[in-house]
Design a protein around this ligand. Structure first.
Ligand SMILES: Cc1ncc(COP(=O)(O)O)c(C=O)c1O
Length: 426
């Protein structure tokens, strides 16, 4: 497959955009950052006119696929009504009601414009509620790119010290010291208890299923114990469901796993590609923002077109149809992948749900970041690259996002490409 048109467009783009990309995560893509000219259903069209079956889905948001009719129609209609009013619209109350109906841990909602900002609002709320400053996060978990939390997302274990008491490792040059952050290994409730006992932890934030570093489920009883410990020590439990919310199930990971946090961060699938995120949670915490004691702002929060898109997205999700369809196609895809990897003699593991799962090579059963990174990531990245050359765009890190726009024919084409790639060798 020829990507020379993308290469030329991207290279020209570097003269006007730093690095030719507008997110650091797009730097260094193999063979080079691609330039897309269209996206419909389960496919992307690039500058070379290639049609690619897409499992990036905008890094997760497009649960209903690219340009789903109900969402696009709602957004188009709203364009003729209002864009930004620096006030309230009935749309945001309707959108909030839909969120509350779906998310088990939500009494109240505050909308934001990105997951990273919503995380900041949750941190501030946890600190405001407890009068404590310190937060706990876990190695390998990602909660946005801001200074106070971009720690130990993908640290080199050689510099991160003892596994039980990791040294926080910054994610970038130019980062402020993480004075108020404690980094711990995930899936180890004793490690959390040791910290909480000190009585100075405002909040604990985690991806309830770790998808940013290799697809790891919580161990049986882990979330329940963390829930109990946070209650016992007066610490605010925050689930970052930016990936899992509305995707793992309509009620997110908490709906699926049955553990309710105090605050939840939502984003991505919430608005199927529009810039909407949210902090939701228990009334006693959310009221701090409601009363203005804890400040949370944003010019673009609840922009009308985004809210119209949010309503259309959530109504579609609430109908149950998208997950019903993805349950069929996703299981077919997971089973097909297992079959092809097995046929090719590749030791592998698939972890997750039909709408989002992680595949890894040469490792089974990791329980945290340090064990997960022992997978054969180079071999998997080669696989992902070869898949791209066969017209299938999958994340090099192993995550697969599925949409309700993926049809059985897309899954068959994908598996046929897997067969060809593995036959040629990776
Ligand atoms: C778990 C998690 N939290 C937070 C974020 C940040 O969200 P955003 O990119 O919308 O700021 C991401 C983004 O990928 C994420 O995966």
């Amino acid at each position: 497959m020829d990507f020379s048109g993308s290469k030329k467009a991207w290279e020209e783009g570097t003269s006007v955009v730093a690095g030719g990309v507008n997110s650091g995560f797009r730097v260094g893509a193999r063979p080079h950052p691609l330039v897309f000219t269209g996206a419909h259903g389960a496919t992307l069209i690039d500058s070379d006119g290639n049609t690619l079956i897409d499992y990036f889905l905008g890094m997760g948001p497009m649960l209903l696929g690219h340009s789903p009719a109900p969402v696009i129609d709602a957004a188009k209609k709203q364009l003729d009504v209002s864009l930004l009013v620096a006030g309230q619209t009935p749309l945001e109350y309707r959108a909030a009601k839909l969120v509350l109906d779906l998310m088990p841990g939500a009494d109240l909602v505050r909308f934001a414009s990105s997951g990273a900002e919503a995380v900041q609002a949750a941190f501030r709320t946890a600190r405001g509620a407890t009068n404590r400053m310190k937060m706990i996060k876990f190695e390998g978990h990602y909660h946005g790119w801001f200074d106070n939390v971009l720690w130990s997302v993908a640290p080199d274990p050689a510099v991160a010290g003892d596994a039980l008491h990791p040294i926080p490792v910054p994610g970038t040059q130019g980062q402020e010291p993480g004075e108020n952050l404690v980094v711990l290994p995930w899936n180890n409730a004793d490690a959390i208890e040791e910290e909480l006992k000190k009585g100075d932890i405002a909040g604990v934030i985690m991806e309830p299923i770790m998808f940013n570093s290799g697809g790891v489920l919580p161990l049986p009883g882990y979330l329940e114990r963390v829930r109990q410990l946070c209650t016992q020590y007066g610490t605010v439990l925050i689930f970052d469901e930016v990936i899992t919310g509305f995707r793992v199930s309509a009620g997110g990971a908490q709906g699926e796993l049955g553990v309710v946090p105090d605050l939840t961060i939502l984003g991505k699938a919430l608005a199927n590609g529009f810039a909407v995120a949210a902090i939701v949670g228990k009334r006693e915490f959310m009221d701090l923002m409601g009363s203005g004691k804890v400040m949370h702002g944003g010019t673009y929060n609840t922009q009308s077109v985004s809210m119209a898109a949010t309503i259309a997205t959530l109504e579609t999700i609430a109908s149950g149809q998208p997950h019903k369809k993805i349950d069929g196609t996703g299981v077919a895809l997971m089973n097909g992948l297992k079959e092809e990897f097995t046929r090719a003699g590749i030791e592998h593991e698939l972890v997750g749900y039909p709408a989002v799962f992680n595949a890894r090579f040469d490792l089974k059963g990791p329980t945290d970041y340090r064990s997960a990174i022992k997978a054969n990531r180079e071999r998997y990245m080669n696989f992902a690259y070869e898949m791209l050359t066969h017209g299938i765009r999958v994340l090099p890190r192993g995550t697969w996002f599925l949409s309700s726009a993926h049809e059985n024919a897309d899954i068959e084409k994908t598996l046929s490409a897997v067969r060809d790639v593995l036959k040629a060798g990776i």
